[in-house]
Design a protein around this ligand. Structure first.
Ligand code: ADP
Length: 479
């Protein structure tokens, strides 16, 4: 089987978020599974600086928006890079401090066209082109239009994975010229979305199969509450829409082997976790009464992550006698609110407005609970990591959080965390209180921790699930 993983970011080459982990790990794992997989990415500045690339000598010359853009194709092992300095030779992937790049529609329609041209140029006939998010979503549209009937792609199927429906690649109507197709595709049955050009919609309409990053989210996005206006077309395609949970790399995220934490520990021997907590509290200048819990939030400070509930609940949480750590970066509004709270100098509260992976390891290991009051959560890695570290999640019952956390049940003494349904402060705090009531019951709490630590959310599982999906899709094609 030949698979082309097309993504706008992938580890180890470039990363702004979880998409990079999923694409990079999937590509690597497919090759381990003896699948002929390639990865294709735009060549951003840092990649040519940090990796020794091979120049294939293949040139691209693509006419878009009234101009020819010339590009060149490079490789690094089995990864392929589309070089075009004018479009990608910059530091940011999608924007800089001033905001998104103004030519993103052009940059990513060029990338989508290049993906198909490169397949032909290197004579790689994919069985599956695995697309990710809006940046690669025009590929199925080009296959339906300009490449329709092209023998080269006769046996190629496209799978689009939606990592977050909140990001659709929406552009003003003038950007249709960057797509390079006529007005016949710009109508409500095509890629128009309330007067704008919508890249993701092209993928949703025309990819052969669709997936998203948890089963629950696959259902949710077909409803108006979570569909961001695309629920109607997603519902129509619900037979082709699958949910495959992301996974984490346990070689990096396991308290047994983690070199970035103060003291290693395991479900069998939890002593090290208490030491991690002590060190973390000292580092954050938090002084708690004996037996009081330490709560943490790690993540983007955004509306999606429910940051306003965290901010609004801080005083209550500290009032309950807990210590609270907030580690995140995000919207200016959220950062400013948190900064002013931190300047007020509350006891037992530590706020770090930074992206700090090393510190994140200590927070996961040293905290007793993580809070995830997300409005929506396609998959979520934070709770998976927390579970592995015996750090009990208190989270909203949505998306991937529902699929990975089992709500604690006092009668049956089962569950791995605490879930709440309604998005509001009182309900969120109720679930925290439920957790705080159980916390002093050391033996029950430890059993809860251990159940979570034993869950398996490894990336190996998700790579196999994608391969199964490819096979199913290809079987369907054969019929
Ligand atoms: P997202 O929607 O942002 O992709 P996920 O829960 O899927 O959320 O993944 C977030 C990842 O980024 C986790 O690995 C988390 O540990 C990490 N992360 C988020 N914010 C920070 C931060 N400020 N410092 C360090 N790591 C962070």
């Amino acid at each position: 089987m030949r698979v082309l993983v097309a993504s706008s970011e992938a580890i180890p080459y470039c990363k702004t978020g979880g998409l990079a982990d999923v694409a990079g790990v999937l590509f690597k794992e497919l090759n381990v599974m003896n699948i002929d997989a390639r990865l294709i990415l735009p060549l951003y500045s840092n990649i040519s600086r940090d990796f020794e690339l091979t120049d294939t000598g293949i040139e691209l010359n693509i006419f878009l928006d009234g101009k020819f853009y010339s590009g060149r194709v490079y490789t690094h092992n089995r990864a392929i890079f589309i070089g075009c300095d004018e479009l990608y030779g910059r530091e940011g992937l999608y924007g800089d401090k001033t905001g998104d790049f103004a030519d993103n529609a052009l940059r990513f329609s060029y990338f989508c066209r290049a993906i198909l041209q490169v397949c032909k140029a290197i004579d790689f006939r994919p069985d599956i082109i695995h697309l990710n998010d809006w940046q690669t979503s025009l590929v199925p549209l080009y296959l339906r239009t300009e490449y329709r009937g092209d023998d080269f792609f006769r046996d190629t199927l496209t799978l689009l994975t939606i990592h977050n429906l909140g990001y659709q690649g929406l552009f003003p109507p003038e950007d249709l010229s960057a797509v390079g197709l006529g007005r016949e595709v710009f109508n409500p049955d095509g890629i128009e979305f309330y007067g704008k050009v919508n890249f993701l919609k092209a993928g949703i309409l025309y990819a052969d199969i669709l997936s998203t990053v948890s089963r629950r989210y696959a259902e949710e996005i077909t409803t108006p509450e979570y569909g961001f206006g695309l629920d109607g077309i997603l519902k129509k395609r619900s037979n082709d829409l699958f949910g495959i949970l992301n996974g984490i790399d346990y070689r990096e995220w396991s308290p047994e082997v983690d070199k970035l934490i103060q003291c290693r520990y395991s479900a069998e021997d939890l002593k090290g976790k208490a030491l991690c907590k002590e060190k973390l509290m000292a580092q954050c200048n938090i002084k708690l009464k004996k037996g009081a819990p330490l709560l943490a939030f790690v993540g983007r400070l955004s509306v999606q992550k429910g940051v306003e509930l965290i901010i609004a609940g801080l005083d209550e949480l500290i009032g309950y006698g807990c210590g609270v750590i907030v580690l995140g970066t995000g919207t200016r509004e959220a950062e400013e609110s948190l900064l002013s709270i931190s300047l007020e100098g509350r006891e037992n509260l530590y706020i770090r407005l930074d992206f700090d992976e090393v510190f994140a390891h200590s927070v996961y290991a040293g905290s007793d609970m993580v809070m995830m009051p997300s409005r929506y959560e396609p998959c979520g890695l934070v709770q998976m990591i927390a579970l592995r570290y015996g750090t009990v999640p208190v989270a909203r019952n949505t998306g991937g959080l529902s699929d990975t956390i089992e709500d604690y049940n006092a009668l049956s003494d089962t569950g791995t965390g605490f879930l709440f349904d309604d998005y509001n402060l009182a309900v969120f705090l109720e679930s925290i209180k439920r957790a705080l009531t159980l916390y002093p019951f050391g033996r029950r709490w430890q059993k809860l921790m251990k159940r979570g630590m034993k869950k398996d959310f490894s990336w190996r599982r998700f790579a196999s699930e994608y391969v199964e999906l490819y096979k199913e899709a290809l079987k369907g094609r054969m019929k």
